[in-house]
Design a protein. Structure first.
Length: 668
């Protein structure tokens, strides 16, 4: 193991955690949002704002919705969002797309701190713990000015509760992939423990989650399974309190993930060949700040600051049995933010980031060094001004970055909001135009994914150029309260012109030679992405309903459509709440159709280019101490055909299965 940036480590202990303590202290009480309760959001401006007063459009998933939609990781929760495409990747993880951008261009935050996957690539949503979430905030569209290189396509900010009293909660869940189980290993087990112990003004937390999943298959021949077994363990430790009159927090997070999937019979033998992935990830966070927020006036104090430091070590062993690779990946970051409000109508936010990624990859057999120890450093600075004038708000920001491999980059963005004063109604228009940029990650440049056991290889490209974009967004929100129900609607238009967009390209010649799906990272010279998101919602006393439609057109400079981006997506849900019984239920569906079908990859055309899945979930608090939940995911068992690869036909349906679960929780 090579030494990491030693100059950053002592600084991290001295200048600890200046990121989003404000988020942590101001959103914890917001809870389930409705039209009668103002929700506080922080992601749009990096400071707390009422949702109705944010100059940037923010979509919010409430605590109750998160608890109802999932009890494990957040992949299922985000699939509930309009305009968001959640896809299972080839390694059985989950990635996201928003407004035509892949997960590499969508930044995921936890309490305002980046959850940049090691090597800067797309975060696996299945590696993000869904425990203690108070709300999830989503910005669609370019946010590079506020959040840096990884936010060209948007931001997802996961905000967690900060308990200040003793409590403990134990949960157990059991489930089954009905109809697609693997013999002798049919049940999914999940155990969670959430606890807080307060002593001498310090809140100490311990959160544990363990999940054992056997995988599933579509036939009785389990020599090759679409999804293999998965054992996942999360350990989260945290302590927070006041030290020298400063908000102080130290957090440690540990992830252990083991995957094992049969990929076929070894030629001439009776034993299975398997794909193995073993991940161990350690993360240490420090926070120090002076964050003062007035909940009555919903304003930040004249001077508010915080600092953060993060150290992450990600070790991964993966590959087919007999041909494994060890990857050691490091992430080290120090960031800070200062808020100054010289007047009631003006708020200034400035900050900076020091960041380093490290990567080394070794093939176990023979100890071959496939990727020598490699580092990438960057230094960033940003500032933005939020000015209010009567029914108008303006937000102007600029960010500059110096990257060790790609030099200097900058981005400018201007946003605004107009409140139209209408009696008994709310009408708001939010708009924005801004630049985005993203430098190629170490993964895209150097990483080698030799997953022959899964039928594919992916190679990095050291000659990649940085991505650049100019994006426009326009969002109109409408709300009206009637005697018996509330009506809300939203129209979002977006347009992006991108240069050097990074994507995977199939190497047809090499694929035919090796009889594998071989892809190489490359740049798309120019790409145009445009679309519209429409949302309508009705809320009654106990029932609520929502319908969303998204249209997306993404083309390169030759007019060819970009892959894995459906033209049409429709999402809808019907929710029920019974206050007396303390019961919540939701029935929702996702429909997608018309992806681009690459002829070179699928010479026999398309088997299926549209699909719909339906889920049902219910939860109830039956006493002060006990609660239960039940759910059926993918009720009609819609999934990708098991023979599409051998038949070389395209199938847009997800690699999925009907899944039924029941869970019970006990609160001390």
């Amino acid at each position: 193991m090579k030494p990491s940036i030693t100059y950053l480590l002592p600084l991290s202990f001295i200048f600890t955690n200046l990121a989003q303590a404000t988020e942590q202290t101001t959103t914890a009480d917001s809870g389930y949002h409705d039209h009668n309760t103002e929700v506080i959001v922080v992601t749009g401006t990096r400071t707390p704002k009422l949702l109705s007063n944010s100059p940037v459009s923010v979509t919010v998933i409430s605590q109750k919705e998160v608890e109802l939609l999932t009890s494990g990781t957040i992949a299922q929760t985000l699939n509930y969002l309009p305009g968001v495409v959640v896809v299972r990747n080839q390694k059985d993880g989950y990635n996201i797309q928003m407004q035509g951008f892949s997960g590499d261009n969508v930044l995921v935050l936890l309490n305002g701190q980046p959850l940049i996957s090691p090597t800067g690539s797309a975060v696996d949503l299945d590696q993000i713990n869904a425990q203690d979430i108070v709300q999830i905030e989503v910005i669609k569209g370019a946010a590079s000015v506020m959040y840096g290189s990884s936010a060209m396509g948007g931001v997802i900010n996961i905000l967690t509760k900060q308990p200040d009293e003793n409590q403990a909660k134990l949960s157990y869940e059991i489930g089954s992939y009905v109809g697609n189980t693997i013999a002798d290993d049919e049940l999914v087990h999940q155990v969670r423990l959430n606890s807080t112990f307060v002593t001498q003004g310090w809140a100490n937390q311990l959160n544990l989650l363990f999940k054992s999943t056997p995988g599933f298959d579509y036939d009785d021949d389990h020599n090759s399974t679409p999804v293999g077994s998965l054992d996942k363990t999360f350990v989260n430790l945290a302590t927070r309190g006041i030290l020298f009159q400063l908000n102080t927090e130290i957090k440690y997070q540990y992830l252990d993930e083991k995957k094992d999937k049969n990929t076929g019979i070894i030629a001439g033998q009776m034993t299975n060949q398997t794909y193995i992935s073993d991940v161990n990830q350690h993360q240490l966070d420090f926070h120090l700040g002076k964050d003062v927020f007035d909940k009555k006036s919903h304003t930040v104090a004249n001077t508010s600051w915080h600092m953060n430091a993060r150290l992450m070590q990600h070790n991964e062993t993966s590959g087919k049995s007999g041909s494994l690779r060890d990857a050691e990946i490091g992430l080290y970051e120090l960031n800070g933010q200062y808020v100054w409000s010289p007047a009631k109508t003006l708020e200034l936010v400035s900050g900076g980031v020091i960041h380093q990624d490290t990567l080394e990859q070794i093939k176990q057999e023979g100890g071959t060094e496939e990727v020598p120890y490699t580092t990438k450093e960057s230094v960033e600075a940003f500032t933005q001004a939020n000015w209010k004038y009567q029914n108008h708000q303006f937000l102007l920001g600029i960010r500059a970055q110096n990257d060790s491999d790609f030099g200097n980059h900058s981005a400018v963005r201007a946003s605004g909001m107009v409140n139209f004063p209408l009696e008994g109604k709310t009408l708001q228009w939010r708009y924005g135009i801004g630049q985005g940029y993203r430098v190629p990650t170490l993964k895209e440049r150097f990483y080698k994914f030799d997953h022959s056991a899964l039928g594919y290889k992916v190679y990095g490209n050291p000659d990649l150029a940085p991505e650049e974009s100019v994006s426009l967004n326009s969002t109109i929100n409408y709300q009206q309260d009637f005697d018996t129900f509330n009506l809300t609607g939203e129209i979002n238009l977006h347009y992006t012109q991108a240069d050097n967009l990074i994507d995977l390209f199939k190497d047809s010649e090499q694929s035919e030679l090796e009889d594998l799906d071989i892809s190489v990272y490359g740049n798309i010279d120019e790409a145009t992405i445009s679309g519209v998101d429409l949302t309508a919602a009705l809320e009654f006393n106990q029932f609520s309903a929502q319908l969303n439609y998204s249209y997306l057109d993404a083309q390169d400079q030759d007019g060819e459509r970009l892959q894995s981006r459906p033209y049409h997506q429709v999402k809808g849900n019907l929710a029920y709440n019974h206050a007396t019984l303390d019961l919540d239920a939701v029935l929702y569906f996702v429909y997608q159709n018309n992806e681009m079908v690459p002829e070179s990859q699928y010479p026999n055309g398309s088997l299926n280019n549209e699909w719909v899945t339906v889920d049902f979930k219910v939860s109830q608090n039956i006493s002060e101490h006990f609660s239960w939940r039940f759910g059926v995911e993918n009720i009609f068992d819609v999934h990708r055909s098991a023979t599409v690869d051998s038949e070389q036909v395209f199938d847009a349906r997800p690699t999925s299965s009907r899944y039924v679960y029941v869970g019970l929780s006990y609160q001390l």
